[in-house]
Design a protein around this ligand. Structure first.
Ligand code: ZN
Length: 338
């Protein structure tokens, strides 16, 4: 984390949370994360860090001490003009549908009676096809553990047009349109993706998701295949979005039609939102990752990342509320959309 960011969190952490709650523009706290695990996950750990059970349990205790959990149904009704949310409300959301949700996260939430929404990529449920970024994660893991031959590193760097010292960031930077490179590079590195993913089972299967529904949790779409929306045409964005919401509602009987952007919603146009929020098969709510900024429609809710293990949720919450209050005071709390 940069020094400026560290200072910001430090300043925020010294401010009482009750003061920040009053100053913030929005009454609803919206953290997002992906998984909780006590082990290194070889296809994820090299891409982003996450919390362990102990840190997550502490986060839940903090949230329950200072805020009130609400369900997706309550949020949908409130945003559509129904009953307002209780003061200091929070809604937990988890993206991607990883197997740690069924094995670790959901049981911990159930034990404390906390509702949550799980946003799923239907293409990957059941682990028959694999997310290309998890292949990149395995490559980074292999590079860092020193198991890749020098000749393979050289060939990979050449293929990506990078120097050998820039190989890791070149791998990290492979976008959706160039995703076929993941298999090509995997071959160079001698990685058996099918074998590894069959053993690791990164995503939940159908039965595990049904278990979440039986336990009272909510589901949403997160695109079919988790592309970068910035690389898609408008028609592709709309198709990925609506197909994922239709799949989640159709296969698991979820009544609320909600969607969370994969990666980021930055640069997504007004035309996308009018196509997805209006007409037949419209989505009820859309969740983004733009740190609680207000968006062009009250049905678009911006969340913040609460997954970084070096920031306890208390500091994260105070940071986001302070940021929101400062943005509101300076009149700059609105996402820009063309
Ligand atoms: Zn995601």
């Amino acid at each position: 984390m940069s020094i400026a960011k560290q200072l910001f969190y430090r300043a925020a952490s010294l401010t009482p949370v009750s003061f920040l709650q009053k100053a913030a523009a929005r009454p609803l706290l919206l953290p997002y994360q992906h998984l909780v695990s006590d082990r290194e996950v070889p296809y994820i750990s090299p891409i982003y860090p996450f919390k362990d059970r102990k840190a997550f349990a502490q986060d839940l205790d903090y949230l329950l001490r200072h805020f009130r959990p609400v369900t997706l149904g309550e949020v949908v009704r409130a945003m559509k003009g129904g009953d307002p949310l209780p003061k200091g409300a929070f809604l937990l959301t988890f993206d991607d549908g990883l197997r740690e949700i069924a094995e670790i996260v959901a049981p911990m939430l159930q034990a404390k009676g906390v509702p949550a929404v799980f946003f799923l990529n239907p293409a990957y449920l059941g682990n028959k096809t694999h997310f290309y970024r998890f292949k990149l994660g395995l490559m980074l893991d292999a590079l860092r553990s020193g198991t890749v031959a020098a000749s393979a590193r050289k060939a990979a760097a050449e293929l990506l047009g990078a120097g050998e010292e820039g190989l890791e960031s070149a791998i990290q930077g492979i976008g959706w349109r160039r995703r076929a490179l993941a298999d090509e590079l995997g071959g160079l590195f001698g990685l058996d993706f099918e074998g590894i993913f069959a053993k690791e089972r990164p995503y939940m299967d159908h039965g595990e998701v049904e278990g979440l529904v039986r336990a009272g949790f909510s589901l949403g779409g997160h695109s079919m295949e988790h592309p970068y929306y910035q690389e898609l045409t408008l028609d592709e964005q709309v198709a990925q979005t609506l197909a994922s919401v239709d799949a989640v509602c159709g296969q698991f009987g979820e009544k609320e039609r909600v969607f969370a952007f994969p990666h980021s919603d930055e640069g997504v146009s007004r035309a996308f939102f009018s196509r997805v929020l209006e007409g037949e098969g419209a989505v009820d709510l859309i969740f983004g990752t733009a740190n609680h900024q207000a968006d062009i429609d009250p049905r678009i809710l911006q969340r913040f990342n609460s997954e970084r293990p070096d920031i306890p949720i208390g500091d994260c919450v105070k940071g986001i509320l302070l940021l929101e209050a400062l943005r509101k005071a300076s009149g700059r709390n609105l996402v820009t959309r063309s």
